[in-house]
Design a protein around this ligand. Sequence first.
Ligand code: AMP
Length: 451
Amino acid sequence: MFSELALHDCLLKATTKLGYTKTTPVQQKAIPLAMTGKDLLVSAKTGSGKTAAFLLPSLHRFLENPAPNSGTRALVLVPTRELARQVVKQCEQFAEFTTMKSAIIIGGEDFKFQKSMFRKNPEVIVSTPGRLAEHIDAGSIDFHDLEVLILDEADRMLEMGLIEDVLRITKSCNPQRQTLLFSATLKHQGLNDVIHQSLKNPESLVLDSHKDKHSQIQQQVILADDYDHKDKLLAWLLEHETYNKALVFTNKKVQASRLSGLMRYKNNRAGMLQGDLSQEERNHVMGLFRNQQIDVLIATDVAARGIDVDDIDLVINYDMPRNGDDYIHRIGRTGRADNEGRAISFVTSFEWNLKAAIERYIRHNFEKRTIDGLAGHFKGPKKVKNSGKKASDKKRIDSKDGDNKDEPKNKNRRRDRKNIGKRRTPTEKSGSGKTAHTRSDDGFSPPKKRV
Ligand code: AMP
C-alpha cells in the first residue's frame, strides 16, 4: 500500500488520484531505500512501475527539505524522447498538489527555448543525453545544486551509444548527489564503467530479472512459410482477435511502411511508427494511437522504444526480434502494471533457431498456435536423422575403449556374411595375425611392409 510508504501527503493524494492503490514490487522495495539517500542499482523490467519508484522518493525529499533558491534538484536521463515525455508527464501528475515544476529537454526542439526553461530552475529536468550534453557544452546550465541523478533504462542508453554523453553529464553534476540507476539488466558488461564512475557504494536491488516470465502475458508462436503467409496471418489476427490496441513489430522500416498500407487497405485503422518520421509526424501517430483513433500501430524496434500506452493488449512480432532483450522489450509493451496481454510471434524456418534461442534466454516455451485454414507447410525443423549410421555404429562411437560386448559379434557376423564363398588365407585360418597383419578398427587393414 502507498500509505505505508510514509510519503508526503501531497504525493499520496496524487497517487490516489491516479488510482494507484497497491505498490508494485519495485516500488515496494526501492522507494523506502531511496528515501534513505543511498545510491541504488535497480533491475526492473519495462512496465514494472519503475518511474514512480524513482520519482516519488525524490519528490518526497524535496518536499521535506524545501530549497527555494536552489537550481535544478533532480535530473532524469532517459534513452528516448518518447520515454522523456512519459516520465515528465508522470512527474507532473505526482507533483500536481505541490508547487514543484518539471521540464523536458530533448532533441528536435528549439535550443533557445530550452535555454529559457533552464532559467526558471525547474526542480526536475527530464532529458535525453545528447541534447543535454550540448547544453552543458554551451554553458546553458550547470548541475552544481543537483541532489538526485537518475539514469533510467541505462542498458538501453548503453546499447544506443549514449553512454559517453551520460558520463560527461554525470561528471558535471554535484558530486554529493544521490544516484539511482535503473536498468532491465544489471549484468550488461558496459554498465560497469557507468556504475564505477557515477555511483558511490550502491545497493543492488534485483527485483525481477529481465529474464523472468511475464506471467500475465500469453506468449504464442504461429509457424509461417514466407512473407505472403505472414501477411495473411496478420490480417486474420487483426480481424479476429479481441484487443483494444495492437502493436505489430517488424525488423525493417520498409516492411513497416508496406504493412501499414496493406492493413489499411484491409480496412484496419492502422498507423506506422518508424525511425524516418519527423518528430511532428511521430507525435501525431502516437496521439492517434493513444486516443484510439487508430487501434493498430506497426513499428520498428527503434521507433517503438519508450512507447508507453497503457491499454496495448496485443503485440504481434511479424518478424522475430533479433535477440532476447528486444523480445522482452517488445512484449513489455503489453501486460503493463499487471494487466493481461498476449504476444504472438510469427516464425518461419529461417527464424526457428532465433525462436529457440529466445525461449532458452527467457526460460519459457512459447505456446504453439495454428489458425484453421491458414496452416502453412512449415511445421518446424525435421527431426535430425542418425546420418545414415546404423545403431551398431553409434554404439561403437559411444562405447569407451571398445568395451561394447555386442560389437565384435556384429562385426564378425557382417564380415562373415561378406566373405561367404571366399577362400581364407593361411594366416586367417591359423588365427595368428601377428606377423603379417595388423587389425584395425574395421578388422581389415592391408599387410604392413617389413622395413
Ligand atoms: P513504468 O514501468 O514506470 O513505465 O509504469 C508502467 C505503467 O504502470 C504506467 O502507466 C504507470 O502509470 C502504471 N503504474 C505504475 N505504478 C502503478 C501502481 N502502483 N498501480 C497502478 N499502476 C501503476
